[in-house]
Design a protein around this ligand. Structure first.
Ligand code: ARG
Length: 461
């Protein structure tokens, strides 16, 4: 058995670490996920050290190729991460030193793990933002992809989950496109703050080594340099913002999932879910359950919980680095993994679901979805809104009592309600007419929706 590796800080210590402390403080079990970013960051740092004359070009070359080799080894699953080396950063550095000896011991010149961790994490989040943006784009495409086949379908629109006004199915699809567009723009905005280089701020005070931070920033594609080393060492805003943006994605997915769970019930029967995304029951043979949608809704809880954890984690931490910050990674990884999986599955469900046109058409007769259209028609004839509202409200009540839709009332009752109402009301009533009457920008009117569909098709390419 080989003796346990010496800690990089062993100089001042007079003995070994309690193994329970090693177990308690380690992060390599989860931060090994940062290995590719750690290697990228270290290679850029080594090249900068050579460019500034701190190490020779040959030394930098040795470091970079050894790092690349280590990267390949990790990729191939042949690298053994050692818990007693605490984290991914020290594991990789130790492997480097084991390979190239003394030269490897120069890599950590002018940096600290504090700026190293932050750099790696920012690189990882930047990569993840680019990844999730692509999956959100696919999801938007799935919604827009439905617009041809669902072009003329009218659905009930709800407020308070009570029937309100008729809307086009495509208006629903584009509503989700808008939400995910905002999510993407939030992520893009967050990316600019993530994409600031901390490396070179060292532990908390900066370094007396003449590092060239801009050199590293250029090599790693950072847009700028974090300006204050104390701020940099303590800052996790970038990770929290990322988790917030992900939490809103999860919230949007959760709304959509809930809606489609309802729509797929026998009570609504608006929607047939693709069976590949449903599961059955172990006791009730007839069951086809929307478990994927339920889990998308349910997993929102952990994504929101992760955000909450991070906010509580940083609350009241004094400047600058505190070990508490190590607790950030798992929350961020979990939010990303969860949301990425949810978006991917949502995309498949959106693409594969079928609207039950007949069932929807039958259901549209209920709920007086055309009452607002009739009221607005009356306003158009010169009646004040409050008065028109009351008049149509009374007509709805009469129709309810007779158990008929508004169009089922005899003409005489319309004329009695207001003298301006004549047989033309029957050209206004009915869900199709009510939808056709919508004209405001952003409404569910056929022209407006067609324009938006065209815009979205163009936008998503
Ligand atoms: N593994 C730790 C982390 O992820 C590194 C801590 C480095 N800093 C320190 N002062 N111990 O945060």
């Amino acid at each position: 058995m080989t003796s346990p590796p010496k800690k990089p800080w062993s100089g001042v210590f007079d003995g070994a670490t309690d193994p329970r402390v090693e177990e308690f403080t380690e992060s390599v079990s989860f931060d090994q996920r940062l290995y590719a970013q750690d290697i990228r960051g270290s290679a850029a740092h080594a090249k900068m050290l050579a460019a500034t004359g701190m190490i020779s070009a040959d030394e930098s070359g040795q470091i970079v190729s050894a790092l690349e080799e280590i990267g390949r080894q990790i990729e191939a699953g042949e690298f053994v991460f050692r818990r007693e080396l605490e984290d991914v950063h020290m594991n990789i550095e130790r492997a480097l030193i084991e390979r190239i000896g003394e030269v490897g011991r120069k890599l950590h010149t002018g940096r600290s793990r504090n700026d190293q961790v932050s750099t790696d994490f920012r690189l990882w989040i930047r990569d993840s933002i680019d990844g999730i943006d692509q999956t959100l784009l696919d999801l938007q495409r799935a919604f827009v992809g439905r617009t041809k086949r669902d072009k003329d379908v009218v659905l009930p629109g709800y407020t308070h989950l009570q029937r309100a006004q008729p809307v086009l199915a495509n208006h629903y699809w584009l509503a989700y496109c808008e939400k995910f567009a905002r999510d993407r723009s939030r992520l893009a905005d967050c990316r600019t703050r993530v994409n600031q280089l901390p490396l070179g701020t060292a532990a908390l005070a900066g370094t007396s080594i003449a590092v060239d931070r801009q050199h590293v920033a250029n090599a790693l594609g950072f847009e700028g340099l974090v300006a204050n080393s104390l701020d940099s060492s303590s800052d996790r805003d970038f990770a929290i913002e990322f988790c917030f943006a992900l939490a809103l994605v999860a919230e949007h997915l959760s709304t959509w999932a809930e809606e489609w769970i309802l729509w797929s019930t026998a009570e609504f029967n608006f929607l047939g879910l693709p069976q590949a995304y449903c599961t059955g029951s172990s006791i009730m043979p007839q069951k086809i359950n929307p478990d994927v949608l339920e889990l998308i809704r349910g997993k929102t809880a952990r994504v929101v919980g992760n955000l909450q954890s991070l906010l509580v984690l940083v609350k009241g931490l004094p400047l600058a680095y505190n070990r508490d910050l190590q607790e950030d990674k798992e929350r961020v990884f979990d939010s990303f993994d969860t949301v990425a999986a949810c978006v991917e599955l949502a995309t498949a469900v959106v693409a594969g679901a079928k609207l039950n046109r007949e069932a929807i058409a039958v259901s549209l007769d209920r709920g007086y979805l055309d009452a607002t259209a009739l009221m607005e028609y009356l306003i158009g004839l010169g009646v004040a809104q409050r008065t028109a509202h009351e008049i149509i409200g009374k007509l709805v009540r009469q129709a309810m009592e007779q158990n008929v839709p508004l169009a089922g009332l005899p003409l005489a009752e319309f004329q009695a309600a207001h003298k301006a109402l004549d047989k033309k009301v029957f050209e206004v009533l009915g869900v199709q007419q009510a939808v056709n009457a919508l004209v405001s920008d952003g409404s569910s009117g056929p022209k407006q929706v067609a324009r938006q569909v065209a815009l979205w098709r163009k936008r998503l390419g």
